[in-house]
Design a protein around this ligand. Structure first.
Ligand code: URP
Ligand code: ZN
Ligand code: ZN
Ligand code: ZN
Length: 505
C-alpha cells in the first residue's frame, strides 16, 4: 500500500477553503482532518505549509498526436501528459476524430492504442462526428455504452472538406446526442465563408499569417456560435462551445442562456493570455506560431474580458485545445497561410495563466479557480466527485499549489515537444510545486517522476446531472401543439406553455 500524508496545507475546493491534513492511500483520499498523525512509518510526508491543496487540473480539450493538415501534432500522449502534470493538470479529455465516413469504433480503437501505453496521468475521450449516416447514429449509441465510456460528441462547423459537417448533419447529430443524453460540443466558425475569404485573400497576394486572421473575422465565430446555440435549443440538446475566442461568441452564449438554454462556454489559455496582434508581426515564423482556429482575438481587451466572463459565470470552465506543431511544421505554410498547421500549446501553462490573470489580478477567488480549472469539467463530463474535488473517496489527483511563487514561461524549460511557446517570457504567479496523480508524486522539485502508461482511461458515463437535469421538463413544456378541429367541437384557442428555447422570443 502506498501512503502519502499532506500536512499543514489549506484544502481548496470550488465551494470552501479550510486548513487541513490529507491522507492518501492506494490512489484515493482516505482522510481529511485538522491534524492527522502518520498511520505508519512508511508513509511519505508532504509539507504544504503556506500552500493550497487543490484538485488536479482537468483539461477538457486537447489534441495529442493529432493527424491534422498533413502533419501530426508533436505533443504525443506521453509528452503531452508530461507537460500536463508539470503544470498541475492530472486529467485530460482528448478527441477521437474519425476520418469522414470512418467507423467510430475503428477510430476509437486507434486513439486508445495511441494513448493507453503513453499517458502519465488519467485521461478521457470525447468523439468528433465528421460525417452523418444511420451507421454513425448507431455507433454513437454504442460508444456511449459502458464498454467505451464516451459521453460527448464534437461537431466542427469549420475546416471545410475535412472535419466540417453541414447544418442538417449537425442538427441530426444533436437530436441523437439528446436521445443518448450525451453532450454536444461545437467548434463554431462559419467554415464556408472562411473558405471563400481565404481564397480571395490569397488571390490578392495576402499569403502570410495575417491572412489567417483576416479570413476568419470574429463575426464568423459569433455568427456560428449563435447559430449553434439556436439549433441546439431547437433540438433540445445541451451544448458546449469549445474554444470561445471572442466577445461576440461569448455574447451569443449569454444570450441563449438568458433564454433558458443549456449552453456551456470554454475559453482557452491562449485566448485568456494573449491576442491576435502577433499575426501582424514582421517575422513570418513569429506570426505563424500563433495560428490556430478560431484565431486569437484582434481586440487587445478580449483576454481580460473573457476572464471577467468566467468570473461572472457567463463562461464556465477553461481548457487549452493543446495541439502543437513545431517551427518546421508551421513553415509548411510559408507561401500560403491556409497550409500552416493550426494549433498552439497550453496544457502545461493553463493553470498558472488562469491563476495569474484571474486570481492574482483579483478577478476570481481561489475557489472559482478550482471550479474553472477542474470541478466544472468533472461535473460536466460526469466524473465528479471521483475527479475535481478534495474529498474522502475521491481519486488522489492533487496539486500542492504555491500562490505566491512566480515562474517565467519559456520553451527552454517547458515539457512540450515543440521549439517555441506562445507564452514565451511571460512571468506568472501561481506555481504547481507538487503534482500527485492517483496517489503517486509525478512532479516535484521541478522534475518529472513519470512512467509511460501509468495513467488510466476514465470511462465517462452519459446523463451528467449538471447537463441533463432540466432537459425532460423542457421537452414536456415545448410539446407540439395539435389543434383538434372537428364537427360540433367548440374550440378554445390553443396556448403555448413555452418556458424556454431561443426561438421563443
Ligand atoms: O487550431 C486549432 N484549434 N487546432 C486544433 C483543432 C481544433 O480546431 O480544435
Ligand atoms: Zn476546434
Ligand atoms: Zn480543438
Ligand atoms: Zn518521459
Amino acid at each position: 500500500m502506498t501512503r502519502l500524508l499532506i500536512k499543514n496545507g489549506t484544502v481548496c475546493n470550488d465551494d470552501s477553503m479550510f486548513k487541513s491534513d490529507v491522507l492518501v492511500e492506494d490512489g484515493k483520499i482516505v482522510n481529511i482532518a485538522q491534524s492527522i498523525d502518520p498511520p505508519s512509518s512508511d508513509v511519505e510526508i508532504v509539507d504544504a505549509t503556506g500552500r493550497l491543496v487543490i484538485p488536479g487540473g482537468i483539461d477538457p480539450h486537447t489534441h495529442m498526436q493529432l493527424p491534422f493538415m498533413g502533419e501530426i501534432a508533436k505533443d504525443d500522449f506521453h509528452r503531452g501528459t508530461e507537460a500536463a502534470v508539470a503544470g498541475g493538470t492530472t486529467m485530460i479529455i482528448d478527441f477521437v476524430i474519425p476520418n469522414k465516413g470512418e467507423s467510430l469504433l475503428v477510430a476509437y480503437d486507434r486513439w486508445r492504442n495511441w494513448a493507453d501505453p503513453k499517458v502519465v496521468c488519467d485521461y478521457g475521450l470525447s468523439m468528433a462526428i465528421t460525417s452523418w449516416s444511420p451507421e454513425i447514429a448507431h455507433e454513437m449509441e454504442l460508444v456511449t455504452g459502458e464498454q467505451y465510456g464516451i459521453n460527448s460528441f464534437k461537431f466542427f462547423l469549420a475546416y471545410a472538406g475535412v472535419f466540417m459537417v453541414r447544418d442538417e448533419e449537425f442538427y441530426q447529430g444533436m437530436l441523437q446526442c439528446a436521445k443518448l443524453r450525451a453532450l454536444a460540443r461545437v467548434h463554431a466558425e462559419n467554415g464556408a465563408v472562411i473558405k471563400e475569404r481565404a481564397d480571395d485573400l490569397l488571390q490578392q497576394g495576402v499569403t502570410g499569417p495575417e491572412g489567417h486572421t483576416q479570413s476568419r473575422p470574429e463575426e464568423l465565430e459569433a455568427e456560428a456560435t449563435f447559430r449553434a446555440c439556436t439549433m441546439a435549443a431547437q433540438a433540445n440538446c445541451p451544448l458546449y462551445v469549445v474554444h470561445v475566442m471572442s466577445k461576440g461568441a461569448a455574447a451569443a452564449i449569454s444570450h441563449h442562456r438568458q433564454q433558458g438554454a443549456i449552453v456551456f462556454g470554454e475559453p482557452i489559455a491562449a485566448g485568456l493570455a494573449t491576442d491576435g496582434s502577433h499575426y501582424y508581426h514582421e517575422d513570418w515564423l513569429h506570426a505563424a506560431r500563433y495560428v490556430m482556429s478560431p484565431p486569437l482575438s484582434r481586440d487587445p481587451s478580449t483576454p481580460n474580458a473573457l476572464m471577467k466572463l468566467l468570473a461572472a459565470g457567463e463562461l464556465h470552465l477553461t481548457a487549452t485545445d493543446n495541439c502543437t506543431f513545431d517551427c518546421k511544421q508551421k513553415a509548411l505554410g510559408k507561401d500560403d497561410f491556409t497550409k500552416i498547421p493550426n494549433g498552439v500549446n497550453g496544457v502545461e501553462d493553463r493553470m498558472s495563466v488562469v491563476w495569474d490573470r484571474g486570481v492574482h489580478q483579483g478577478l476570481i477567488d481561489p475557489m472559482k479557480f478550482v471550479s474553472v480549472t477542474s470541478t466544472m469539467a468533472a461535473k460536466i463530463f460526469n466524473c465528479y466527485p471521483q475527479k475535481g474535488r478534495i474529498a474522502i473517496g475521491s481519486d488522489a489527483d492533487i496539486v500542492i499549489w504555491n500562490p505566491n511563487a512566480t515562474r517565467i514561461i519559456s520553451k527552454d524549460t517547458h515539457h512540450h515537444a515543440v521549439d517555441f511557446n506562445i507564452f514565451e517570457g511571460m512571468e506568472v504567479y501561481g506555481v504547481p510545486e507538487i503534482t500527485i496523480s492517483r496517489g503517486r508524486i509525478v512532479w516535484a522539485d521541478g522534475k518529472l517522476q513519470t512512467e509511460a502508461g501509468s495513467g488510466r482511461f476514465i470511462k465517462l458515463p452519459p446523463d451528467s446531472q449538471i447537463v441533463f437535469s432540466s432537459v425532460d421538463r423542457k421537452k414536456e413544456a415545448n410539446k407540439p401543439i395539435k389543434v383538434e378541429r372537428g364537427e360540433g367541437k367548440s374550440s378554445e384557442p390553443a396556448t403555448s406553455k413555452l418556458i424556454t428555447t431561443a426561438s421563443s422570443d
